[in-house]
Design a binder for this molecule. Structure first.
Ligand code: UTP
Length: 480
């Protein structure tokens, strides 16, 4: 039996034969397109997911024991400051010696933001209008100059945005970074299914697939050969960040330093929760192992629990920043087994007879129309599920105002408006820290717009050190 016949048989046996039902009607090229898409799918994995998660209720979370875990909090004492200084030294040495690479995961579809293009191309700079990609590139430029290095930057894309992402970097001359130090790799996609576990078709020649979540970056790093390249180049630590946090303090030497000194396989950055219901995954010990629990999975009792001193028992939330030991990720790849999570979503698809259930909107024919009620299930992996596999892991607290400003939604919280306002207010406070006057109204709001390029200074300390203190800020200021 040839490979294709074998594959079709496997598809029939796993109850997905319906995806081949329009084959006779398809033109030669459409037929080929369908077959080549089918070949990219891991049908054995999909059958397992459907059996374990769709046709049965999935692994129980109720009997999970959750306890607080230690966090390296902001240095308040002399001892804490000494330790932070030691961490900085260790992190800076690793950077200088070329032992650190950066990894950006940008394969998501940014559906909440509703932007036609890779989220990284979204322009957020309140004065400059610079994109997220450019702001991250400028942070790396700063580090390259400061430590006299060329940090390798790996960017994970997905089929949904790979070509566009590469084009944006090429058209912008890699935002001033050395071209051979920026590399892209694609993550895995996975079919979405209906509530009975049947794969959904987007068109007669196309299965509906979605990016399989940021957790598969571990797998994709291996498959693309990048983990090997890193090893050959002497990279030991991988700094992971996500495309939506404009203040991501990329390759922060203090954070990397704690991870080196404590010999952890992985460390994550956390911020103090503002209120118990805040939508942040919290860090804790899950069945005795360091882990992150989504806010949706906290019981009410756990959400509101307080320590004797009054602080929240589970009071630290993750901001999606990690540093991994390269050899830890190699080990995880020996038997990649991250769990999948299910998201019930409205998915545009074909009905049994091949009719589009949700016809494309006439105004924007290029964009798939969205049904409004969930009709299908998307499978996704989350990077934080790898934490329990670590021999040793830790959490490091950072200041939210300085390091966390996510862009998630079109409007309301975590939207372009809050991100721009947050940048203005942070950068205005840096000016004040340097003794430069900032005009403010009676409510303390900054009057005017100010922005500091990360290539000039990516953090408060370097800004205060470097800025010309005689500068004046009236209405509009861009420092680069
Ligand atoms: P989110 O889940 O917040 O982003 O992922 P999203 O999927 O782009 O947005 P929505 O949910 O559709 O609105 C957090 C980070 O993980 C990346 C995203 O690009 C973002 O940097 N991600 C997410 C991937 O790289 N691959 C995925 O399959 C999913």
């Amino acid at each position: 039996m040839d490979h294709q016949t074998e594959l079709f048989e496997q598809i029939q046996q796993t109850g997905q034969g319906h995806i081949l039902r329009f084959r006779e009607e398809l033109s030669e090229s459409s037929g080929e397109r369908l077959v080549s898409q089918i070949k990219t799918v891991d049908w054995t994995l999909l059958a397992k997911l459907i059996k374990e998660y769709v046709k049965s209720p999935g692994p129980a979370v109720a009997d999970r024991k959750l306890e607080p875990t230690e966090v390296i909090t902001l240095p308040g004492t002399a001892l804490g400051k000494k330790r932070a200084a030691e961490a900085r030294q260790a992190g800076e040495a690793a950077l200088r010696n070329g032992k650190v690479a950066c990894l950006l995961v940008a394969g998501g579809q940014a559906s909440r933001l509703g932007y036609d293009g890779p989220k990284g191309a979204f322009k957020v700079g309140p004065v400059s209008g610079k994109s997220l990609f450019q702001l991250y590139a400028e942070r790396i430029l700063f580090l390259n100059r400061r430590y006299n290095i060329q940090i390798p930057w790996y960017i994970m894309t997905s089929e949904t945005n790979d070509a566009q992402t590469r084009d944006i970097f090429a058209q912008n001359q890699f935002f001033g970074l050395p071209e051979d130090k920026v590399d892209f790799f694609e993550q895995m996609m996975i079919p979405a299914v209906d509530f009975n576990g049947r794969v959904l078709m987007r068109a007669k020649d196309t299965i509906f697939m979605n990016p399989a979540g940021n957790g598969v970056c571990i797998l994709a790093l291996k498959k693309s050969g990048i983990l090997n390249t890193m090893k050959e180049q002497g990279i030991e630590h991988i700094f992971y960040f996500q495309v939506d946090n404009v203040l991501a303090n990329i390759a922060d030497p203090v954070f990397i330093g704690y991870h080196i000194l404590d010999e952890t396989d992985v460390s994550t950055k956390v911020v103090a929760k503002r209120y118990p219901e805040e939508k942040l995954g919290i860090v804790g010990k899950v069945n005795g192992k360091f882990g992150i629990i989504e806010y949706t999975e906290l019981s009410e009792e756990q959400m509101y629990a307080r320590e004797i001193g009054g602080s929240l028992r589970f009071g630290f939330g993750t901001i999606g920043i990690y540093v991994f030991k390269r050899d830890f990720l190699e080990k995880v790849n020996e038997d990649f087994n991250l769990p999948f999570h299910l998201a019930r979503k409205p998915i545009p698809c074909l009905d049994e007879s091949g009719q589009e259930i949700y016809p494309a909107r006439p105004a924007r024919p290029a964009r798939p129309a969205r049904p409004t009620e969930p009709n299908g299930i998307k499978f996704e992996t989350f990077i934080f599920d790898v934490l329990p596999q670590a021999r040793k892991a830790s959490a490091v607290e950072v200041l939210r105002e300085e390091e966390y400003l996510p862009l998630k939604n079109k409007e309301g919280e975590n939207s372009p408006a809050t991100v721009r306002r947050g940048m203005i207010s942070l950068h205005a406070s840096w000016l004040e820290a340097a003794g430069i006057k900032v005009p403010r109204d009676e409510n303390g709001q900054v009057e005017g717009v100010v922005e500091i390029s990360p290539a000039f200074a990516p953090d408060r300390e370097s800004f205060v050190e470097k800025v010309d203190k005689s500068l004046a800020f009236e209405e509009r200021l861009y420092i680069k």
